[in-house]
Design a protein around this ligand. Sequence first.
Ligand code: IPE
Ligand code: IPE
Ligand code: MG
Length: 245
Amino acid sequence: MNEQLINKENLPRHIAIIMDGNGRWAKQKGKLRIFGHENGTKAVRRTVEACARLGVENLTLYAFSTENWKRPKMEVQTLMKLLVSSLKKEMKTLTKNNIRLNAIGNLNALPEKARQELHEVMDKTSENSRMTLTLALSYGSREELKTAVQEIADKVKNNIISKDDIDEKLINNHLYTHNLPDVDLLIRTSGEHRISNFLLWQIAYAELYFTSTLWPDFTEEHLFEAILNYQNRERRFGKTSEQLS
Ligand code: IPE
Ligand code: IPE
Ligand code: MG
């Protein structure tokens, strides 16, 4: 799959990825699950750099869900440590590529150290403008929507807005993703065909792409394949094919 085949005029503005399959990848190799997570970080770097190079403006990665807190304590702890060490290590990659780091999710649920490191990297990269890399951490779409509804209800109750002011734009503005465009292309690795509580509102008209590749095996080639597949689809947004041409 050749990078040259990609039409730079028709890139997805926002790619979101459910990075799945680290555990199975490790198991296949007779290793512990954490070995898969460690190798998953290499796929993250490859994907981030390739997206920035192509000119994708927004990349959002599902790194830890609200449901993932239910995993064995040991795995959760190691994942949080891996987050801190990766942030420290990848600061250079972000700077070199002019990438801004952003985060969505219930960040208050993260351990203090992870939250600190995250904020530090976000502050240091806040002026970068080539691409916004958003990490979904302790993220759940239903929790995001619940929080938005609570905030909006509060505003109505305190007469800051009226019920009639509630439209799609206002709801959008109360989501963690308020400063991001809708998702154009959603990729899930590892052969699972589900959304797992990721960006339910934001993927309303996203193109979905599923691959059986396990996340640590995901390379630039797989990314190019997904983008080419996306570029060969007709996005009709409810209209007829004739209306588009
Ligand atoms: C994705 O890989 C990473 C996280 C959810 C943190 P998994 O850990 O879910 O790997 P599998 O799905 O068990 O193979
Ligand atoms: C989704 O993967 C969450 C992340 C990739 C961070 P999971 O492995 O947690 O999802 P399920 O449990 O298979 O739906
Ligand atoms: Mg999984």
